[in-house]
Design a protein around this ligand. Structure first.
Ligand SMILES: *Cc1c(COP(=O)(O)O)cnc(C)c1O
Length: 403
């Protein structure tokens, strides 16, 4: 918003324009062009709490922060009209080149990627079937997955009208395959909980000629994962845009076979009589996603990792300096694969519960969000802005000290 006083002040410092023409002949547009808009703090204005994110990439905490080149790309996108399909085609091709895979599209999050990916597999290029979903009569409608992979996000699959068939191992999986089988779906985060490895899963799909899909939403870093799963032979791969890639939180990537991704696109806007009409990705976010990916690939991943390790070590040392406090530094093998800290203590010595600690950190200034359960407080630094790790280290110590 433009402050009138500032606008007038700006005008008065432009004697040539102001003097020659006089303010009365200046259009509103000219005033806007010369005046400096007052910076608005929307969150403050709305009374919305902001915080240091010591938790990680959580949707409830609005994912990750986009960098300036990403928001510049988004702003650039607002300046022209383009044909949405043409933009999606060209960006898809560019992403496929960058990630050395057959094809790609920007999706509405990893969740949207799963819905359209499966819908594409189910309907192929058949426009009648595309219109028909989520009514699956006459459409292959079974998705086989391992029981241990059956978490809430499978709703993205059932959104198409498909049914989930859960199996415990490879033998059960092969037995479950029939003429209605559309897809074999794998959750990378739960790789170690299932009996079937990724390579075996891909081989089973190829053996029975059923496409395979891997949900790798939270699996960047490591950067290699962006290349690894398509190379391994998964027909479709999904990543979140707003987690490790630090793109728009409502965007994502669907990578893989060109025929399947083309078919998936038949369910997306601008087409309207489809299940994914509400999973629109605007041109601004399509550009933002592309630039976020380019920046991510260009990053010094080793240096970044070292930084996170040092930050976690510092917070760990700070917490451990309090008697009765123990820490554990660990890296989850799959999903959110970053240096992470668990802080534990004997509540007979340090007299505060883990919940109360999280609450005190949240209620402090600045507010700090952490995760955990009854046994530990969990911290990561990868979603922090530079220097915030010091504030977190200090606050963690303070709260424990004062308990
Ligand atoms: C975050 C996440 C999703 C959803 O991704 P969005 O990009 O938010 O749509 C799906 N699956 C897993 C395993 C996730 O971690």
């Amino acid at each position: 918003m433009l402050s009138r006083r500032k606008a007038l002040k700006a005008l008065s410092t432009l004697p040539v324009i102001g003097g020659m023409l006089g303010p009365s002949v200046l259009s509103a547009k000219t005033v806007e062009a010369v005046a400096i808009p007052e910076a608005r703090n929307f969150f403050k204005e709305l009374g919305v709490r902001t915080f240091i994110n010591a938790a990680g990439t959580y949707t409830s905490m609005t994912g990750s922060l986009m960098s300036k080149p990403v928001t510049d790309a988004i702003n650039f996108g607002t300046t022209e009209y383009v044909n949405l399909d043409e933009l999606n085609d060209k960006v898809g091709e560019r992403i496929a080149q960058l990630l050395k895979c057959e094809y790609a599209t920007v999706s509405s999050g990893a969740f949207g990627a799963m819905t359209i990916g499966l819908a594409g597999v189910m309907c192929g290029a058949d426009e009648e079937k595309v219109k028909q979903l989520p009514d699956t009569s006459g459409v292959r409608n079974e998705v086989i997955l391992q029981e241990a992979h059956n978490i809430g996000y499978t709703h993205a699959l059932t959104n198409t009208g498909a049914k989930l068939i859960r199996v415990a191992n490879a033998k059960e999986l092969e037995k479950a395959i029939n003429k209605n089988t559309a897809l074999l779906w794998f959750l990378n985060a739960n790789t170690d909980q299932g009996a079937i490895t990724r390579e075996e899963f891909v081989a089973l799909g190829k053996k029975h000629n059923v496409p395979t899909f891997i949900d790798a939403a939270a699996d960047v870093p490591p950067v290699d994962n962006l290349f690894k799963f398509t190379k391994m032979g998964f027909d479709l791969v999904a990543f979140s845009g707003g987690k490790g890639l630090r793109g728009p939180q409502s965007a994502g990537l669907l990578l893989g076979r060109k025929d399947l991704i083309k078919a998936a696109r038949m369910h997306t806007p601008p087409r309207g009589t489809t299940i994914a009409r509400g999973m629109k990705v605007n041109k601004e976010e399509v550009l933002g996603m592309l630039v976020a990916l380019e920046l991510y690939l260009a990053r010094d991943h080793e240096k970044e990792w070292e930084l996170w390790e040092n930050q976690i070590q510092m917070i760990s040392d700070s917490a451990k300096s309090i008697k009765g406090v123990e820490t554990e530094i660990h890296v989850p093998p799959h999903a959110n694969h970053v240096p992470s800290l668990k802080i534990r203590w004997d509540e007979n010595v340090v007299k505060i519960t883990k919940d109360a600690m999280r609450e005190q950190l949240r209620d402090g200034h600045p507010s700090i969000e952490t995760v955990g359960n009854n046994d530990e407080v969990g911290i990561t630094t990868w979603m922090m802005e530079p220097g915030q790790e010091r504030i977190v280290a200090k606050r963690v110590k303070e709260v424990l000290e004062n308990a």
